[in-house]
Design a protein around this ligand. Structure first.
Ligand SMILES: [Cu+2]
Length: 166
């Protein structure tokens, strides 16, 4: 029978979630020295599906110091959350909520469906195809950056950001 195994798996998922949620903020083991220099790509969002929209953008750190994305918000939704989609052993994809994400010096962090992504939770009537809304990204060291997201169909968002589809 599979129930003891299933129970172990559920326990593992719960433990992993607890680690992901508890680990945030506790990892303040310093971002080192240097100065981050953040640049945010143009942002695009999907129209809502089941009460949430995907927000696609990239944050490039051209500086010589690390930074951390510590939050994002918009007045066009209840919340903007940082999620990572991970595939469990049984093939199920689950989303984990992250409290922050490091933006390494010289690196670019991309948020897009299927992996590390930004989710707009319960968007309002501005978040429809052809619409726009503003999102403010907050960082540990750098000043907040506000970007305007263009809203497109979810499929368009995935296709234009898929690998190899220029
Ligand atoms: Cu998500």
């Amino acid at each position: 029978m599979r129930s003891p195994r299933a129970h172990r798996r559920i326990a593992a998922v719960v433990a992993a979630l607890a680690v992901a949620l508890a680990g945030c903020g506790a990892e303040d083991a310093g971002l080192g020295s240097g100065t981050p220099d953040l640049h945010v790509s143009p942002a695009r969002s999907s129209a809502p599906v089941a009460g949430a929209s995907q927000l696609v953008l990239a944050i490039e750190n051209r500086g010589d110091g690390d930074d951390r994305l510590v939050g994002a918000d918009t007045d066009a939704a209840i919340a903007v959350e940082v999620h990572r989609t991970v595939v469990e052993d049984d093939g199920r994809a689950v989303m984990r909520l992250l409290e922050d994400i490091v933006l390494p010096a010289g690196g670019t962090v991309r948020f897009q469906p299927g992996g590390l992504h930004l989710m707009v939770v319960v968007p309002d009537e501005r978040v429809v195809v052809g619409g726009t809304f503003e999102v403010t990204l907050r960082f540990e060291r750098s000043a907040p950056i506000t970007v305007t997201a263009d809203v497109v169909e979810l499929l368009d968002l995935i296709e234009t950001d898929g690998e190899g589809s220029g």
